[in-house]
Write a protein that binds this ligand. Structure first.
Ligand SMILES: [Zn+2]
Length: 182
């Protein structure tokens, strides 16, 4: 799994959600983006031959990072932390300073919605998952979106030229790899 790491740290100064979720944990040396569920999702997606950038901005003018960015397919994947993004199953009210934290989480949720909205308007497919979801099924859904994006592109190409569409299934690793580079 060591080949995954395209560790782009271009958003370190944004001060957005990347720095807010799990501040205490990040004090122990890991950024919140490198949580275990995120890593598991990255590996599972990577194993399907899909290449992506990690913690990158889908739209440069929007200071929000997606956990996985598939530029060619225009797919942005977010793995939202259950606590900080208000997962209905796992979010619990903290006992102390509950108002402060509730407000913070409410703002995160609102920001998530704004981000999704903006990216969809700019032509992105936005996939949001909870960190508690099974990484394999998350990866399956990412793969479905990639295949859908490929067939969309091919339909456009088919109308633009008479050349037959090439095979979609499984993708072409060499062309996928190009996507991974900036
Ligand atoms: Zn959850």
């Amino acid at each position: 799994m060591s080949t995954i790491v395209l560790h782009v740290n271009e958003d370190s100064g944004s001060g957005s959600w990347a720095s807010s979720p799990g501040n205490r944990k990040s004090m122990q040396g890991n950024r919140s983006r490198d949580t275990k569920p995120e890593l598991a999702v990255r590996s599972a997606v990577h194993r399907r031959g899909i290449r992506f950038r990690v913690s990158a901005r889908p739209q440069p003018e929007l200071p929000r990072t997606a956990d996985l960015v598939l530029r060619k397919s225009r797919i942005a994947v977010f793995v939202d932390g259950c606590y900080w993004h208000g997962c209905p199953e796992h979010h619990t009210q903290p006992v102390t300073n509950s108002e402060y934290w509730a407000d913070k989480i409410a703002r995160n949720i609102q920001r998530d919605a704004e981000t999704t909205d903006y990216l969809r308007k700019t032509g992105w497919t936005v996939l949001r998952f909870w960190e508690h979801e099974d990484p394999e099924s998350v990866a399956d859904r990412v793969q479905e979106s990639v295949l859908a994006a490929v067939s969309r592109t091919e339909r456009v190409e088919a109308t633009a030229s008479t050349s037959p569409p090439h095979a979609v299934q499984g993708g072409d690793p060499s062309s996928q790899r190009r996507v991974a580079k900036p």
